[in-house]
Design a protein around this ligand. Structure first.
Ligand SMILES: Cc1ncc(COP(=O)(O)O)c(C=O)c1O
Length: 396
């Protein structure tokens, strides 16, 4: 279990994040950094065909503004697919957004004011921390178990000690830990937050990438008070560039509708129609099965390679889904130095500093495994292992 300070903290990730995230994604760099699924895993040709057909068929519709809440065709498909996450939804519950990023941003704005404290997992996805920073909010990092997610006892204590206005959690295959909160624990979490009347912004962007047989439920499935604001997108499974996401904001729907209208007005119509058509066919399920198999294999092979090539006392997570591995080097190793040296060798990684508002994950880094396993990836891990071993021995 991680042990962050768990006090409200101003987030100041921007500088380090800007340096690392503004890096152009060059083709010749080994892509262990940003979580961009490999193009060969995405249904690009099928989407191109659908796009061409939708734009010809729909005449002026695809060229006009979409309703702010989204095109009915897409909202229906999103609601239909949510059945697998245990959520009983109708299209009217869904608001389409420009990616999960806009969904989370709108949800946070609907339920907080600048200066408020927001609970997050520790470590957590830097995009969540940056949104918190940009809205002038403060983050409280809650201790998190690498397998089971956020510690409910620690969260309960924080709720007693601090005025927390919202939680933003990635409960299904979190980024970067890959943790999966068991469904019974999700139910307890929802009950605990409902008692305290605190909204839960649930980012379920990785839920479809489960390696086991069944899709884990969304916390939204246990929500009877309308306090869970479910957010997700097609960025990790279909097309990150389309910027199609959504939220089911429960009782905060009127506020979210207003915020959506005044932020981006609407989401691109043609892209919504194309995604709706893709989701409607059985192609999505087939595509997901193939993608899950490839990513699960990468995670297994990369974990074995890390055991072979990295210094002893290196630890690595064992996620049951998602597409990242979190690696903890011996404490003396600086993962930012590893990042710099790896880049010279043409390998990108995401250093641990990005995932917290303090420096406690300096010796950790994240690997994106959303690519087919190959000799090139294995060689990259060998090189990373050698650099890490040198960093450790230089310190000793
Ligand atoms: C947990 C999490 N949420 C949200 C996002 C961003 O989603 P989108 O591209 O839909 O805005 C990412 C991307 O890496 C992510 O890992």
């Amino acid at each position: 279990v991680t042990s962050p300070a768990s006090i409200p903290t101003d987030v100041s990730l921007s500088e380090i994040a800007a340096r690392i995230l503004s890096l152009p994604s060059a083709r010749n760099i080994v892509p262990y950094g940003a979580v961009n699924p490999a193009p060969e895993l995405l249904p690009i040709k099928k989407l191109n065909r659908i796009l061409a057909s939708v734009s010809t068929r729909s005449n002026s519709v695809a060229n006009a503004y979409s309703p702010s809440s989204g095109m009915d065709e897409l909202r229906r498909q999103i609601a239909r697919r949510l059945f697998e996450s245990g959520v009983n939804a109708v299209s009217g519950d869904v608001i389409v957004t420009c990616g999960a990023t806009e969904a989370i941003n709108l949800c946070l704005r609907a339920v907080t004011s600048p200066g408020d404290a927001v609970a997050v997992e520790s470590p957590t996805y830097f995009g969540i921390l940056q949104t918190i920073e940009s809205l002038g909010l403060r983050a409280i990092e809650i201790p998190t178990h690498p397998r089971e997610g956020v510690c409910l006892d620690a969260l309960e204590k924080s709720l007693e000690q601090h005025q927390i206005k919202a939680c933003v959690f990635v409960l299904n295959f979190s980024n970067p830990l890959g943790s999966l909160m068991p469904d019974e624990k999700k139910q307890k979490l929802v009950t605990m937050l409902a008692k305290a009347e605190i909204p839960l912004i649930e980012d379920d962007i990785y839920g479809d990438l489960h390696f086991g047989a069944a899709r884990p439920k969304a916390a939204k499935a246990f929500d009877s008070e309308g306090l869970v604001m479910l957010c997700s997108s097609v960025s990790k499974t279909i097309a990150p560039g389309y910027r199609i996401g959504w939220t089911l904001p429960g009782k905060f729907k009127p506020q979210i509708e207003l915020l959506k209208r005044t932020t981006t007005l609407a989401t691109p119509t043609l892209l919504q129609l194309a995604i709706a058509e893709f989701l409607e066919s059985d192609r999505y399920s087939r595509h997901l099965s193939a993608m899950r198999r490839t990513v699960a294999e990468h995670i297994e092979r990369a974990s074995a390679a890390i055991a072979d090539y990295f210094p002893k006392n290196t630890k690595v997570t064992r996620p049951a889904g998602g597409c990242v591995l979190w690696v903890e080097l011996p404490k003396s190793a600086d993962a930012l130095a590893l990042y710099d040296k790896a880049l010279i060798k043409g390998i990108s990684i995401s250093p641990g500093l990005l995932f917290s508002s303090d420096e406690q994950y300096r010796h950790c880094f994240r690997l994106n495994c959303g690519h087919p396993w190959s000799n090139r990836m294995e060689e990259a891990l060998k090189t990373l292992g050698k650099i890490a071993a040198k960093l450790v021995s230089d310190f000793d």
